[in-house]
Design a protein around this ligand. Structure first.
Ligand SMILES: Cc1cc2nc3c(=O)[nH]c(=O)nc-3n(C[C@H](O)[C@H](O)[C@H](O)COP(=O)(O)OP(=O)(O)OC[C@H]3O[C@@H](n4cnc5c(N)ncnc54)[C@H](O)[C@@H]3O)c2cc1C
Length: 364
């Protein structure tokens, strides 16, 4: 059985930031990442990020992953990195079971930070299992990690930031985006992204959804239709689109299986993407010693995932007795950074969601 002070499940922006901040206070950390590379979602983000300077705004996502990896180098004697390490279970006695390079191993950490991110939501419609129907994340992985075009003509379902950004990246790869549709009556993503795709001639149809996919062996077309103000489809508004790819980008759900398994108190919060753990201001869940950070704590952005990671890292380290002289100052700083990232109209939804799951005092 391997032992460590803090095990971090997930090597995305939240997990890497947690490792850096915990190790900087002196704690011994193990990062467990199921992928062969660190960086999580950042690896496939070829666009320049928004946010504030402290969270590497104007830097491309994959470059942010490199910056975090370089920062980890400073603490290499404190951080053990396990890639190709899928955590399979988190049990009541605090033991993690892990498949690492096709072998099983067990780890007993003193504290755990769950930073597993989120998974894509899907839609029900006839023929939604045809080859050629992808989640937006899968399309990004194919194009930006493996250099594979998913097809030639795409219908994008979802006009949030991810749908808009992936549409633009598809166009950069030489794929034609026939239309972006969204069931909501307005575009959910930033208008700067929407303007970019519109300028390139892509129609964005709000109050529209997909009726069905067509095809025998794979996607050959899609029928879309309009929704009324009660989100009901309007007969007679159907349009057929000649596409070979349907890309679904209708939101993400926090990947919370371990938190359920560990018995954390959970609550359904639509503003945060689904079920999330009740936590205190130190990001500790109702199960003593289990912390959360990033999209698993509520679907947001890489910028806030990194700050939450830093916060969870110092809180887990401090609960082991590290960093007493610097802890309060750092905690104040990260809490202020999160407040500022969540100010403004987009942050209001997150703040409202968080107010329903954040409890003031640490759990006993
Ligand atoms: C198209 C797109 C565009 C985006 N653009 C922006 C942007 O401009 N600005 C911005 O701030 N944010 C952006 N984001 C959001 C950002 O990428 C995420 O909010 C961020 O990556 C969340 O970080 P995370 O560490 O919580 O999760 P992730 O990045 O998802 O990392 C989680 C990690 O956990 C690992 N993992 C999961 N389960 C296990 C397990 N059982 N065992 C071991 N490892 C596991 C996964 O493999 C993954 O590496 C974008 C996202 C997308 C999809």
């Amino acid at each position: 059985m391997i032992t460590t002070e803090i095990a971090i499940i997930g090597g995305g922006p939240a997990g890497l930031s947690a490792a850096i901040s915990a190790a900087s206070l002196g704690a011994k950390v193990a990062i467990l990442e199921r992928d062969g590379r660190l960086g999580g979602q950042l690896i496939k983000q070829t666009h320049k990020f928004f946010g504030s300077e402290k969270q590497y705004a104007s830097t491309r996502g994959f470059d942010i992953a490199k910056i975090l990896e370089e920062e980890m180098e400073k603490y290499k004697d404190k951080i053990d990195i396990y890639t190709n390490a899928t955590v399979l279970g988190l049990y009541e006695d605090g033991v993690l079971t892990i498949e690492h390079n096709k072998k099983y191993m067990k780890m007993k950490p003193e504290k755990i930070i769950v930073a597993t991110g989120a998974s894509e939501k899907f839609l029900s419609f006839p023929n939604n299992d045809l080859p050629g129907i992808y989640g937006a994340g899968a399309v990004q992985t194919l194009m930006n990690e493996y250099g594979v075009k998913p097809g030639n003509n795409v219908l994008m379902v979802g006009a949030g930031n991810i749908g808009l950004i992936v549409s633009y990246q598809l166009m950069q790869a030489g794929v034609r985006v026939k239309a972006i549709i969204d069931a909501a009556p307005q575009i959910g993503g930033y208008l700067v992204h929407a303007s970019k795709v519109r300028r390139a001639g892509v129609p964005i149809l709000v109050s529209h959804t997909i009726k069905r996919a067509h095809g025998k062996e794979s996607v050959e077309g899609a029928t879309i239709w309009q929704l009324d103000e009660r989100w009901q489809p309007i007969e007679g508004t159907e349009k057929y689109l000649d596409v070979d790819v349907i890309c679904i980008s209708v939101g993400l759900s926090p990947l919370t299986e371990f938190l359920w398994q560990a018995g954390c108190e959970m609550k359904y919060i639509p503003e945060l993407g689904g079920h999330v753990a009740i936590r205190d201001e130190n990001l500790e869940t109702s199960v003593n010693g289990i912390f959360i950070a990033g999209d698993v704590a509520g679907v947001e952005e890489a910028s806030s995932a990194m700050v939450e990671g830093r916060l969870a890292g110092i809180c887990a380290a401090n609960s082991l007795g590290y960093g007493d002289d610097r802890f309060e100052e750092l905690r104040r700083d990260y809490t202020e950074q999160l407040k500022s990232l969540r100010s403004g109209p987009v942050g209001a939804k997150i703040v409202s969601g968080l107010s329903k799951v954040t409890v003031k005092k640490q759990f006993a």
